[in-house]
Design a protein around this ligand. Structure first.
Ligand code: SF4
Length: 219
């Protein structure tokens, strides 16, 4: 396969999403930015991954063993996930989810990556069957995980708790593509004068949902 120009890819993503981010808190443009971005990266990935690459990827619904690590999201990702939850959950489900999000946020607040793995708390969006319940809008950094062995992932996480490490082979094309897309989105946000720091997933989505509740009460 020919080499991929990630520097140019970063520029393209930055250029593509930037117009949607102007004034994005006050309109639905963050949704459009994320729709375009997700469509673009998934489309590019589809074209870049070979049949052999796909055969080697072990990640699948029902595994979820890596879904207990810190995941950083950017604000447009959090807004997109909040939109999805409000569209797909009943009022009672959303209430219950927010309670669980608050509890998890407290449990993992301030933990570094090692500590987060050690407390063995699943992502609040991992369902009982071990699948991601927000799969269509899952964060870019979740999309970057492409293990070639579920057993190696489980071993690596278990060993990590005891300060030992085990390498997990990943598909670097997918990992780099998603990481660069994340960085391109962050650069586009900076271009628009927005805060481009990554925030922990649960806290970021909960903040959007709570802000909307407050707004509703005020109206
Ligand atoms: S958002 Fe989905 S893929 Fe990402 S950690 Fe949570 S359950 Fe796993």
């Amino acid at each position: 396969m020919d080499s991929f120009d990630f520097i140019s890819y970063h520029r393209q993503i930055r250029h593509m999403v930037k117009p949607y981010l102007a004034d994005f808190e006050r309109n639905s443009n963050s949704k459009k930015a994320m729709q375009h971005l997700i469509d673009r990266v998934e489309d590019d990935l589809e074209r870049r991954l070979t049949h052999e690459d796909r055969c080697r990827v072990a990640c699948q619904a029902g595994c979820g063993s890596c879904c207990r690590v810190n995941v950083a999201v950017l604000r447009p990702e959090a807004v997109n996930i909040a939109d999805y939850l409000q569209k797909t959950r009943s009022a009672a489900e959303l209430r219950d989810l927010k309670q669980r999000m608050k509890a998890l946020r407290i449990a993992i607040s301030g933990l570094d990556d090692d500590e987060r793995i050690a407390v063995r708390k699943n992502c609040v969006f991992l369902d009982e069957s071990g699948s991601c319940s927000i799969y269509p809008v899952r964060p870019l950094l979740c999309r970057s995980i492409t293990s070639t062995s579920a057993a190696d992932c489980r071993d690596a996480l278990a060993m990590h708790v005891f300060g030992e490490s085990k390498p997990v082979m990943m598909n670097l094309m997918q990992k780099n593509l998603m990481n660069v897309a994340f960085q391109g989105l962050a650069s586009a946000m900076e271009d628009q004068g927005l805060d481009a720091h990554g925030q922990e997933l649960t806290a970021a989505v909960l903040a959007v949902l709570v802000e909307r509740d407050v707004l509703k009460e005020l109206c």
